[in-house]
Write a protein that binds this ligand. Structure first.
Ligand SMILES: Cc1cc2nc3c(=O)[nH]c(=O)nc-3n(C[C@H](O)[C@H](O)[C@H](O)COP(=O)(O)O)c2cc1C
Length: 404
């Protein structure tokens, strides 16, 4: 196996179904917190335009709900007819700067916010959500069919707006992941019980999109493991990836973690308790988070390529591209992921820190990102829009030392 960094390979094209991407670097779906009242804002457009200018092959608009009742936050996009025009402006600005555009489609299921959606949340089985302090309703078969249609409708709208790809969110404990995981799915019908049954919802979503929408790449983000007892493990996720391939998926992105139980597993590194406490709406939650945050939220040590072993196993067992995600900080990391069977990488925090990251790797002005996984971007995302807090502090310090 060649572990040498071969930067020329990183800047060669590859295909996802009918879509050709110019290099092996993709921006990961990261909730931007820039869609106030569910609208496409200039800030959101600029954010993705900058990603495109910075050399990424494809940017991903994070976290667009497929229906109003799937939202976790008020400042989150939800798909509807009148979003086509503003989204098409975003896509045009990305295309004009040489990148392709994807949008992540999600339904939060029982993590949806009852306050935002104005009604009871939906889930695979009746469940108390410790993240929202609310109970959800167990979905009926007709509700499952309705949500499947919502995913298909959202993919059609994405295509109409000019997107090159959609990313179906089947991980991190959101609705499709709640059906996959035995931890949250205790159903007795054809959508619960055996792994074959738990896979049904997500594969119906993917095959429905592939049937109804032509020339749109479909990537699916799944969990390698949920990170708690009774959750998905790697041997399940290999079978899930194979079923998704059969359903027509063009690529698999194998992440991990369950937002209500193991929220920092997919990120690793520092817990930004102070920033997260500040963003809680109620005084009770602010105080509880400040005092007990470290007890509620588990710490996971960061390392580069922290999800490589599982991604390698999945790549060995499918014939579609596996897009590596988790702790990519350098061209060498990206090449290692490729040497281990992945086709390309998705990058979150290093791209949030520096939208020019890929261009800098290409022209060799940097070798490695200085992102220190302080994770304060998570706090920023909930407080008006994601940005790298460390980088902004550094630039303020420089201004103070060198006043104009
Ligand atoms: C600010 C922020 C927001 C995120 N929002 C999402 C999201 O909306 N959907 C998602 O699937 N993952 C989300 N993630 C997780 C990333 O997609 C990715 O899995 C994680 O950051 C690990 O990749 P990295 O080491 O390159 O940052 C988010 C991560 C960050 C830092």
């Amino acid at each position: 196996m060649n572990m040498q960094t071969n930067s020329s390979e990183l800047f060669t094209p590859f295909t996802l179904g009918s879509l050709t991407l110019k290099n092996r670097f993709l921006r990961a779906g990261c909730f931007e917190g820039m869609a106030q009242d569910g609208e496409v804002t200039e800030k959101l457009i600029n954010h993705h335009e900058d990603q495109a200018k910075g050399g990424i092959a494809m940017t991903t608009v994070g976290y667009c709900a497929v229906s109003k009742d799937g939202r976790g936050f008020g400042n989150e996009l939800y798909m509807r007819d009148d979003l086509e025009e503003p989204l098409s402006i975003l896509v045009k600005r990305v295309h004009e700067n040489g990148a392709a555009a994807s949008i992540q489609l999600v339904h939060c299921g029982y993590f949806s916010s009852p306050e935002v959606i104005g009604k009871k949340t939906l889930g695979a089985s009746k469940q108390f959500c410790t993240f929202r302090f609310s109970f959800c309703e167990e979905m009926t078969i007709s509700q499952i069919e309705e949500k499947t249609m919502d995913f298909i409708y959202s993919a059609k709208m994405a295509k109409k707006a000019g997107f090159d790809a959609v990313e179906i969110h089947g991980g991190h404990g959101y609705l499709l992941s709640q059906f996959l995981s035995p931890f949250t799915n205790r159903r007795k019908d054809q959508y619960g019980g055996s792994l074959e049954n738990r896979i049904r919802f997500i594969t119906e979503v993917v095959s429905g999109i592939k049937k109804e929408v032509k020339n749109l790449a479909v990537l699916v983000k799944i969990n390698q493991f949920d990170g708690m007892k009774k959750g998905i493990e790697l041997e399940d996720s290999i079978k899930i990836a194979q079923a998704l391939e059969k359903a027509g998926a063009d690529a698999i992105i194998p992440s991990c973690g369950f937002t209500s139980k193991t929220p920092f597993m997919m990120l690793r590194g520092n817990l930004p308790i102070k920033e997260m406490s500040r963003n809680q709406k109620s005084l009770f939650m602010r105080v509880s988070m400040t005092l007990f945050g470290r007890l509620f939220v588990q710490y996971y040590k960061y390392s580069q390529l922290f999800l490589l072993d599982g991604a390698k196993q999945i790549a060995k067992n499918v014939n579609i591209p596996v897009i590596y995600i988790g702790g990519v900080l350098s061209g060498k990391d990206a090449q290692t992921a490729i040497d281990n069977g992945c086709t390309a990488v998705q990058i979150g925090r290093a791209q949030i820190m520096d939208s020019d990251f890929v261009n800098r790797l290409k022209n060799k002005t940097i070798e490695i990102s200085t992102c220190d996984h302080c994770n304060r971007c998570i706090g920023a995302m909930d407080a008006g829009g994601v940005y790298c807090v460390t980088k902004q502090e550094e630039s303020h310090q420089q201004e103070d030392t060198h006043p104009k």
